[in-house]
Design a protein around this ligand. Structure first.
Ligand code: SF4
Length: 755
């Protein structure tokens, strides 16, 4: 599981020169975020200042982390690149595909059986291509990364939105789609719009019932779910220094809930303690040598309003514990005020479950604080009114917590200890106490609480809090319980009060683990066979996409003219389809089934121009494909917004869609279309959208002259024989036009590799 000390030394060796150069070019003191960004430019030393929120910049991340659901398609694609090994240190973590039901032992056994082929594939492909593999049960990706790989001043990308958790150790760590990860694995640059910067100044100190979680619950209330979009949130101030490293991780983790690109903290003593406690003295020693480069210049934090685009100040002395929810993580309510709000809104007061853990809150400190509350319930003879579930973040945490008696404390309360995995946090929760879709309330220490997120029930009202607050509320069984002021009646009929939580930042006897669940890859993986059964319904090896020929772009049929919002969820739905994330042909059966047909306002109901009959989008598309006819998708504004999942481009491509013509694109989706060798075009004249009719045929008149900054001309042939000629804009540069000509970006990499 070794962290790559040589890579880290390499990053630090360049840091001083690059940061000093950047400071000179930018002409002012630098924030930590800027130091990390400018020291990770693809071109090496900085040569120009970038405009925040505007310039697209090529970066060279130090690491990649993938979870089991997203890694499947990412690695299937990487296999196409023809590379013997990944270009940067990469790990795969099996954590999403494990259901929480009866408890760790039985649940893990069941997952190992039901998802055996996926785990076997991920293990073998990791072994072949030099990727570290964390087995099912080893832990949740972000906790494992924090414990093993994150390092101050580093840049990481990961195929999961909570990759940002590693900001707790002073990284710029960003969640990306699989296609971006594949580029970096294959040795290419990674592009990002230079982020804006939000500074959060923390004054005072947290104490009593208030925890690091409450900082981000408060920030979420201020910024709302979109307030951090396109920005890095950088925390600083005395209050920041006094937080533990894992507490900082919790805060950064939930930066995803305000839409932030990522969040980070400057290197400090808490990070050094954490590095040393997790067996990384060498990393701490190296970080200490470049300490001044691992935090902002002093002037920045002295006058932050001059250096950040937005400033938020929170006095931790005054910060109260919060519970956020239901159904959205930015609905922040101080604990004492929740009862009135719940009654007003008809939220059930009785709490059915308290869930502790997830990548957000499963550190040793979290478990000790929650256990200090749980223990009081036993000691003070208070019978807990709700069920308890615990998801340790890693085997190292679980083993250490068991050794130190923490898990026993929860078990004494009747808690179920689930696998070290995501479980209820991602809907992998077989909740036996629910018969149907009953309205009910749960509290948890996770990050997201959208409808159906935990148990699939749209009527489960989930509230997010700190682990210790979750423990207290679950013991009381009441959403309106305020442990700071209220009392409980114990089994002897006495009135008792819970004392403030007590936490231990790092285990006094050190962390310990017998089998962390890590498999190092073979030094030379060339002989390793990647396991994919041709009969599998969940995995399918990819075939390279063939280039779309100019003659195929004559007589192109309209597949669907999408009306209104068309997100990546409309193009490639999640839910039950997640199961097929590694099987392109099977998951393609959900292609565009959520898009609304502009001609009849129905979903998944389009006209087959060959037969005149109506059918589902994938079915009709497959009929065109069978006849060798290419198709086009027409769309409205911001087409492809939502997640960065590459399936939304790969599926239409696989089925034979050649072009997508819209009023405007969500940028990542536009790039994904380009990477898959398709045409992603926008109407030069938006009102031309209205010219498109249901039986239209499209001829790309000048595709042979496809060139940067040159519009394409498209002839629309309507059913009555009349024609319109329209212009389409595009943003392809020379390299991207080459992707189109070669069939995909991966084909180009493969060709370059073979040369
Ligand atoms: Fe995502 Fe939840 Fe797993 Fe964290 S614990 S990685 S938020 S599913």
């Amino acid at each position: 599981m070794a962290f790559d000390i040589d890579m880290i030394k390499g990053v630090y060796a360049n840091m001083a020169e690059r940061v000093d150069k950047a400071r000179e070019i930018v002409g002012k003191p630098l924030t930590l975020s800027e130091k990390i960004l400018y020291s990770h430019l693809w071109d090496g030393n900085p040569s120009k200042a970038f405009t925040r929120g505007k310039d697209y910049v090529d970066f060279a991340p130090d690491r990649i982390a993938c979870q089991d659901a997203t890694a499947q398609m990412a690695l299937l694609q990487f296999m196409q690149a023809g590379k013997p090994k990944v270009a940067v240190p990469t790990t795969v973590h099996c954590d999403h595909l494990i259901q929480a039901k009866s408890g760790a032992a039985a649940d893990l056994k069941s997952a190992n059986s039901t998802s055996a082929e996926v785990f076997d594939f991920l293990e073998s492909v990791s072994n072949k291509y030099g990727i570290g593999f964390w087995k099912p049960g080893a832990g949740i990706i972000h906790q494992v990364v924090l414990e093993n790989y994150a390092f101050p001043g580093g840049m990481m990308i990961g195929t999961d939105s909570h990759t940002v958790n590693a900001g707790g150790l002073g990284m710029v760590a960003i969640g990306v789609g699989g296609a971006d990860a594949v580029d970096v694995m294959a040795g290419m640059a990674w592009e990002l719009k230079f982020p804006k910067l939000i500074g959060v100044k923390l004054t005072g100190n947290i104490s009593g019932w208030t925890s690091a979680k409450d900082v981000i619950l408060k920030v979420a209330g201020i910024l709302t779910v979109k307030g951090g979009t396109g920005a890095i949130i950088e925390y600083f101030g005395e209050g920041a220094k006094n937080l533990s490293c894992t507490g900082k991780g919790t805060i950064c983790n939930m930066g995803a809930e305000v839409g932030a690109t990522t969040s980070t903290f400057g290197y400090d003593d808490s990070m050094e303690r954490y590095l040393r406690a997790t067996g990384r003295n060498e990393v701490a020693d190296e970080a200490n040598k470049v300490r001044e480069y691992l935090t902002a210049d002093a002037e920045v934090y002295a006058n932050p309003e001059q250096y950040f685009d937005e400033i938020i100040e929170i006095n931790l002395d005054e910060l109260r514990p919060h519970l956020n929810g239901p159904f959205t993580p930015d609905l922040a309510t101080p604990v004492g005020e929740l009862g009135a709000k719940a009654r007003e809104n008809g939220w059930p007061i009785n709490v059915e479950w308290g869930l502790i853990g997830s990548c957000t809150n499963s550190s040793y400190e979290d478990l000790t604080r929650a256990a200090s509350i749980a223990k009081q319930a036993v000691d003070k003879k208070i019978k807990p009114k709700s069920d308890f579930g615990i998801n340790p973040g890693s085997e190292q945490i679980r083993y250490t917590a068991e050794r130190d008696g923490l898990l026993q404390i929860f078990e004494n309360l009747g808690a179920t200890v689930f696998t070290n995995a995501c479980g209820p946090c991602i809907g992998q929760w077989d909740r036996s106490d629910l018969k149907g879709e009953e309205k009910n309330t749960i509290v948890h220490s996770f990050n997201r609480n959208f409808s159906k997120r935990a148990d699939g029930n749209p009527n489960t009202h989930a509230f997010v809090g700190s682990p210790e607050m979750v423990a207290a509320i679950a013991i009381s069984g009441k959403l309106d319980f305020d442990p700071m002021n209220d009392t409980l009646i114990n089994e002897d009929g006495e009135e008792v009060k819970l004392d403030e939580p007590m936490g231990i930042e790092l285990p006094v006897k050190g962390f310990e683990v017998e089998d962390a669940g890590y498999l190092a890859p073979d030094e030379d993986g060339t002989g390793v066979e990647v396991k994919v059964s041709p009969e599998s319904e969940r995995l399918q090896l990819l075939e390279p996409f063939l280039p779309i020929q100019p003659e195929e772009l004559q007589g192109v049929k309209l597949l669907i003219k999408a009306f209104g919002k068309c997100t990546t969820d409309h193009i490639s739905m999640a839910g039950p389809w997640l199961r097929f994330r590694g099987h392109l042909d099977n998951i393609a059966n959900n292609t565009l089934i959520g898009a609304v047909n502009a001609f009849n306002k129905k979903t998944n109901f389009v006209k087959n121009q060959l037969t005149g009959e109506y059918g589902g989008v994938p079915d009709v598309q497959r009929q065109y494909k069978a006849k060798g006819i290419k198709t086009i998708v027409v769309g409205d504004h911001n087409y492809g917004e939502g997640s960065s999942r590459e399936h939304a481009a790969m599926q239409p491509r696989h089925l034979g869609v050649a072009a997508v013509l819209v009023k405007s694109f969500a940028r990542i989706h536009e790039t994904n279309l380009k990477k898959q060798g398709m045409l992603g075009l926008t109407f030069a004249n938006e009102s031309d959208y209205d010219l498109i009719q249901e039986d239209d045929t499209f001829n790309f008149l000048d595709i042979a002259e496809f060139a940067p900054d040159k519009q394409l001309t498209i002839e629309l042939v309507h059913a009555d024989g009349s024609k319109d000629v329209i212009k389409a804009n595009h943003t392809y540069n020379d390299a991207q036009i080459n992707w189109f000509k070669e069939g995909s970006a991966l084909n180009v990499i493969k060709k370059e590799n073979a040369a």
